[in-house]
Ligand binder design. Structure first.
Ligand code: TXA
Ligand code: MG
Length: 313
């Protein structure tokens, strides 16, 4: 299959409407979309990514009306989260409507819904004119792609089209909140902070609770977010690096390393992380030292990704 590259949301949408898979930029990471109401098209996503079939997809919508096409009901808490954070980097889980085929939800009776806050994503979703099922646009197990070039590296020849945009401005995936239970449960830390969510809903639970194995969100038990290199979390930069070692963090080492990325804020660290992982893999780095951050705000999601990358080998 030849993968078409385009800058036109309308052209990209024409491929999706014909049942093909289309990668598109969002404010978090690039997604790999298919018509959520076309089971054959949705199956192509799993094939292209090598995604385990028990891992459900997020349905992306352009409008509030489209939310009602894919969900059967909404709790009061869900309404507050949707009012507060849509469009934005938040995904809510709700009971699914009959219109959503089991291929999208991996057979679950619930559906994940997100409305991206990104001009190109919105133009694309509007031009599609229907809800779009989309996971992150990486080969399964690789770090999520934050650039269209990263999508091409992973999926060229396996998908119909790549809608090219700028580098994803946030760089980490959306926060996933299960709103089918009371209080809502944060299944995946992400770009919307827990502090912000709590302001909207007052009470939240977390899954997994500390130390528990992650099973509630099917995707969280799979290998995720990891480069080929070994990831080691450190308090401070190492004194020295050997060949084929790299460092990312906020504190500068005493003498600059050959392979390093120094970030001036947690936001910048989150923005750089997956891109740095991919660049390290591209030059054959064996070990990446990643400096810890404080677990508040976006730091919670960043530490979650660092832990997964360091454990999942
Ligand atoms: O920022 C993002 O969320 C990006 C962009 C493209 O929107 N998407 C993304 O999708 O990260 P993905 O498939 O890589 O991660 C979606 C997560 C997975 O852990 C999946 O298991 C979970 O959401 N999920 C999806 N539907 C679910 C459901 N019905 N119940 C529980 N978890 C669900
Ligand atoms: Mg993913």
């Amino acid at each position: 299959m030849t993968t078409v590259l385009t800058d036109s949301p309308e052209e990209a949408a024409s491929y999706l409407r014909r049942g093909q898979t289309v990668a598109f930029p969002t404010e978090t990471v690039y997604g790999l979309g298919a018509d959520a109401f076309n089971p054959d098209a949705v199956r192509l996503i799993f094939e292209a990514k090598g995604r385990p079939p028990d891992n459900p997809l997020i349905v992306h919508v352009a409008t509030r009306e489209q939310i009602d096409e894919v969900v059967a009901s909404r709790s009061a808490a869900a309404n507050r989260l949707i009012e507060g954070f849509f469009p934005g980097p938040l995904t809510v889980i709700l009971p699914k409507s009959y219109a959503v085929p089991p291929e999208v939800t991996a057979g679950l009776e619930t559906v994940a819904v997100r409305m991206p806050d990104h001009p190109v994503a919105q133009a694309f979703l509007r031009a599609c004119g229907r809800p779009v099922a989309a996971p992150s646009a990486n080969r399964s197990g690789r770090p999520s792609p934050t650039t269209w070039e990263a999508v091409r590296d992973d999926l060229d020849g396996r998908i119909g089209c790549i809608l090219r945009g700028e580098r994803a401005p946030l760089g980490l995936e959306s926060t996933v909140v299960d709103c089918t239970v009371d209080p809502p449960v944060v299944l995946r830390a992400g770009a919307v902070s827990v502090e912000d969510l709590l302001e909207a809903v007052g009470e939240l639970a977390f899954s997994p609770a500390r130390g528990e194995r992650p099973t509630r969100s099917p995707g969280l038990k799979h290998r995720h977010y990891a480069p080929s290199a070994k990831v080691i979390i450190v308090d401070h930069p190492p004194d020295e690096l050997h060949e084929q070692e790299a460092y990312i963090g906020m504190e500068e080492p005493e003498n600059p390393f050959l392979h390093q990325r120094i970030c001036s804020s947690v936001d910048e660290y989150a923005y750089e992380l997956f891109d740095f992982f991919r660049q390290c893999d591209a030059v054959g780095i064996q070990t990446i030292y990643c400096q810890k951050v404080r677990e508040e705000g976006l730091g919670v999601a960043l530490m979650d990704r660092l832990r997964r990358a360091s454990e999942n080998r």
